[in-house]
Design a protein around this ligand. Sequence first.
Ligand code: ADP
Ligand code: MG
Length: 288
Amino acid sequence: ATPMSIMVGIGRAAELGVLFRQGDALQVLQGVDVVAFDKTGTLTKGAPVLVETLALDGDSTGLLRHVAAVEAKSEHPLAAAIVAAVDGPLPESRDFAAIPGRGLRGIVEDAPVLIGNAALLQEAGIDPAPLVAKAASFAAMGQTTVLVAIDGRPAGVLAIADQLRPSAKTTVEALQNKGVQVVMVTGDSQAAGDAIAAQLGLTKVIADVLPSEKVAAIQALQADGARVAFVGDGINDAPVLAAADVGIAMGTGADVAVETADVVLMSGDPKGVLNAIVVSRATLSNIR
Ligand code: ADP
Ligand code: MG
């Protein structure tokens, strides 16, 4: 491709709200085999809402207050959903710690509280099975489930729902129709990931991955010779945006994601990925 035609292609993409920070990315994108999307905040809106609180002892109000007291110190989107669901003042919490890709712990009213996924409880020597069983029906609907242990014992489950972005499904379908394989990568559970994937019509879901494991997931896709684009929004996504053949960030996401990416979708609309590929193919086919 001539530098001039690349310039024209980048200009056309910009009109569609797709910013190429890297001129080379237009050429690489044209030959991409796989597009891997982060789930939360990329395929979904990233504006989660607490929809259910189940306490094993029946006191869901007490459970929610304990959890929210710890979540008040977290900046995770799930934390905002949980804190927003509580009326009135929260108890104090102390000894807060965040465990990336796992959850949180803290002490509320002298009781140690653990909040997060099954692996978090397991690693603390608490059997998550009774809570995983309670969580199953929510996860099957694509909701994120958060398990809670208090005083070293399983205490309850919270279910949090996020909406799909309006263009997510049509974008996935259109990419597949163009011969591009679409994959989801998420730190959420396999059950929740699979349910969202079914709504979108994609089948390959890499779930339960720690932020540090997302890079290895992309490298595994590349190991077969595939050229891989990754689309993400979060602080944790910066390493994987760098590892992908093309890193694509939601313009609405974390600054570090935008700064690491080769391509930025200004309005945070996943359809921008499709537009970018269409423009890249048109630009490069004109020249041949
Ligand atoms: P994603 O890849 O979807 O952005 P994360 O890696 O941030 O997900 O989190 C993975 C999982 O860890 C969540 O689905 C949740 O179960 C648990 N988790 C992380 N942070 C929190 C939190 N603040 N409160 C409750 N659970 C959390
Ligand atoms: Mg995310």
